[in-house]
Design a protein around this ligand. Structure first.
Ligand code: BES
Ligand code: ZN
Length: 721
């Protein structure tokens, strides 16, 4: 029944095969319910615990294996309907404990009781301790958990794989002055010896071990209730609770909106968001007890910029989306990690688009997610979204831009292709069907296939099973009165310009936007390597591919099509301008466009561009280009600098140094980018003005350009002020 994985290790002297390095749990022993009692001792850094696990034995077994890592086992007994094994033999090996009762255990129910002790470590995994400064300036201790991906086994013996879902009754025995939190509400607090109390929590729904959580410490909180009756609280270090107001508002709105958008209620009676001084990742979605690094959750109205507010909103929306994507429906195995991470990422943006349209969040999506996903996935040795994982230790590597950003973009591509209604219908079906259970990628495709009436697995599996993404090369075959015939070709886009030996192909949703009216034109699924494709356009119209930059691919145009788009750049919608600009630089790096072509886009954009996200695609390009020339060709670098000065100085005049009354923070970012670029190109007038503003200490009035001013002062300030 167990999967044995053979690992081949190479070392300098010989080659050997090690068996049993990693073993998966037996499918014949299923946990149903855990009764867990833990006494974390913050002062001694120890955990004393006992756990009773009700299991369902689905085949006669001579041994039972479950996870346990770094725990000292004191005593084990197993009780079945017919037998009581009072002192069971056990061995510990490879993060597992294997229990061998004196006789085989027969099919049916059994209860495993284990007494153990463990360490309350300080390595930010398992159940661990951390410190914070109290109001009196003294160091205070707290203890929290981080169980994803495979660290619950550090805190108690358990079946620590995501498909071994069970219910949990938790009891924590803690110092009577401290607050103890877990996934569920407290049902009782009773004295438990000198200075101690026992805190019991309601039974959880069936859930994966990696989502269990505990927190013990000195916390304050604020709270509210959603319109559906869920209690939402933000817990902070003492006295900091007002800084949680902003997050509390976002969390409440997100719980309400997800409940409606997924058409599935939030599964627990409460939802706590806890801010701690430092944390292993930015945030963790433990069911009903989300934990955040405090700089990510708390909001100091004086110090927090609008970008930080946006960050808080994104992170809170992400962890709350997990309450459905991941917690309610979990992946069977880590190969499908993207099923939770990719969707939590996508839902962040969808939530904000619907609830805070002022953020123009798809522009941020383009700048962050598309850029990050494509940058990593255009490397020759990227990896597919669905990746074979044997040992959870290999997981650390796949919490990366492929699992997060590329998955996010692939989800958006499907969303754009199906439209929100069909996409939503498919996701609702998927979540409802697998609620309190597990799912794999195919289950998602099946639900979307049912919702759309199209073969989604056929279309999408190329995007999740192959690494890389396509470059669509477009050239004009013929232009008639009412139409344009285009030749399309797809090849994998590799940034070093090399060829793809695997000759990967994708089912590429080709969409079109027609200028100058920005109406959407024909769509087409490109599945072959090359084809021709006819777009109906009038004489004075032109076509751009990949409308909204909705697809995870790049587009290279032939000379005339390229020139036409550059000429009409300012008429394209902002997301299309972003995509065109971003493709231009990537294609320059890959050797498909010339520097002149890239700079012609910069020059055009400089006369009209108003969006910082679009400009950032060009600015990143200029930065990389200048950096490369600085190392290789000083003379060309000078020419590039001269080009930057002549092109951008008028742009800065147009935008101005001072924020206009109707400027938003994005305009401020654009201003900051241009000041920075001009200064880096050595534009004396810009440098001098920046130094004056810096020395007048007006930087605070110019919050948006503060970063650039500081940078310029640091580089040029010494000799001039
Ligand atoms: N589930 C992750 C946290 C995590 C990361 C656990 C790596 C184990 C290993 C969480 O939902 C997450 O994705 N957090 C992100 C923030 C998010 C807004 C992208 C993080 O911590 O960076
Ligand atoms: Zn996540």
């Amino acid at each position: 029944g167990t999967d044995r994985v053979q690992l081949t290790l190479l070392n300098s002297e010989n080659m050997r095969t090690i068996q049993d390095v990693y073993e998966r749990l037996s499918p014949f022993v299923r946990p149903i319910h855990y009764e867990l009692q833990l006494t974390p001792c913050l002062k001694e850094s120890t955990i004393i615990g006992k756990v009773e696990i009700d299991v369902d034995i689905q085949g006669d077994v001579t041994e039972i294996k479950l996870h346990s890592d770094g725990l000292v086992i004191k005593h084990v007994c197993i009780q079945t309907a017919v037998e009581n094994f009072a002192d069971v033999r056990y061995t510990l090996n490879n993060e597992m404990i294997s229990l061998t009762p004196s006789k085989p255990i027969l099919v049916g129910k059994a209860a495993i009781s284990i007494e153990f002790t463990g360490e309350l470590g300080n390595h930010m995994k398992g159940f661990y301790r951390s410190t914070h400064k109290g109001g009196d300036g003294m160091e205070k201790m707290l203890a929290i958990t981080q169980f994803e991906s495979a660290y619950a086994r550090l805190a108690f013996p358990c079946f620590d794989e995501p498909s071994f879902k069970a219910m949990f009754d938790v009891e924590l025995i803690v110092d009577e002055t401290l607050t103890a939190l877990s996934n569920m509400n407290v049902i009782s607090e009773t004295p438990a010896g000198p200075g101690l109390k026992s805190v019991r929590f309601e039974t959880t729904p069936v859930m994966s071990t990696y989502l269990l959580a505990f927190a013990v410490g000195n916390f304050d909180f604020i709270k509210t209730t959603t319109k559906h009756g869920t209690v939402v609280r933000v817990y902070t270090m003492p006295g900091k609770q007002v800084q949680g107001e902003f997050s509390l508002g976002i969390a409440t709105r997100a719980l309400e909106w997800y409940t409606e958008w997924f058409d599935i209620p939030y599964a627990l009676p409460k939802c706590d968001l806890l801010a701690v001084p430092d944390f292993h990742s930015g945030a963790m979605e433990n069911w009903g007890l989300l934990i955040f690094r405090k700089v990510i959750l708390l909001f100091d109205p004086v110090k927090t910029s609008s970008t930080q507010k946006e960050n808080i909103t994104l992170v809170v929306a992400h962890e709350l989306a997990h309450q459905w994507f991941g917690n309610l429906v979990s992946m069977y195995w880590w190969t499908d990690l993207w099923l939770k991470e990719g969707f939590a990422c996508f839902m962040e943006y969808l939530f904000i688009e619907h609830n805070y349209p002022d953020y123009k969040i798809w522009m941020r999506f383009a700048r962050d997610q598309i850029t990050r996903g494509m940058n990593l996935d255009s490397l020759r040795n990227s990896h597919p979204i669905e990746m074979q994982i044997d040992h959870p230790e290999e997981l650390d590597e796949i919490y990366d831009a492929i699992t997060y950003a590329k998955s996010n973009c692939v989800n958006r591509m499907l969303y754009e292709y199906l439209g929100e209604e069909t996409f939503q219908k498919g996701l609702r079906l998927y979540l409802a069907r697998h609620a309190f259970g597990n799912a794999s990628t195919v289950d998602l495709w099946n639900a979307l296939t049912e919702a759309s009436g199209q073969d989604i697995a056929h279309m999408m599996s190329g995007w999740t099973k192959q690494m890389g993404f396509p470059l669509i090369t477009v050239s004009k075959v013929r232009r008639d009165e009412g139409s344009c015939v285009l030749a399309l070709n797809q090849t994998r886009f590799i940034v070093d310009g090399s060829n793809d030996d695997a000759r990967s192909k994708w089912m590429v949703p080709i969409t079109t936007v027609i200028g100058p009216s920005s109406r959407l034109g024909e769509k087409y699924i490109l599945s072959e390597e090359q084809t021709t494709f006819t777009v109906s356009i009038k004489v004075d119209e032109y076509v751009k591919l990949n409308a909204n930059t909705g697809g995870f691919y790049r587009v290279a145009y032939d000379g005339p099509l390229f020139d036409c788009l550059v000429k009409n750049f300012d008429t394209l919608p902002a997301l299309d301008r972003f995509g065109f600009a971003s493709d231009c630089f990537a294609l320059l790096v890959a050797g498909r466009y010339s520097a002149t072509q890239f700079l012609s886009v910069v020059a055009t954009a400089a006369t009209t561009e108003t969006e910082s996200a679009v400009w950032s695609a060009l600015d990143d390009g200029l930065d990389a280009f200048a950096g490369m020339l600085a190392k290789t060709d000083a003379c060309l670098k000078k020419r590039l600098d001269a080009f930057v000065v002549t092109t951008l100085a008028p742009m800065l005049d147009r935008i101005g140094w001072e924020a206009a009354a109707d400027d938003d923070s994005l305009r401020g970012q654009l201003r900051s980018q241009i000041i920075n670029r001009l200064a880096r190109a050595g534009h004396q007038a810009t440098i001098e003005k920046a130094l004056v503003l810096f020395s007048e200490q007006t930087a605070n009035q110019n919050a948006d350009i503060r970063g650039s001013l500081f940078g310029i002062a640091a580089r040029h300030g010494n000799d001039e002020s």
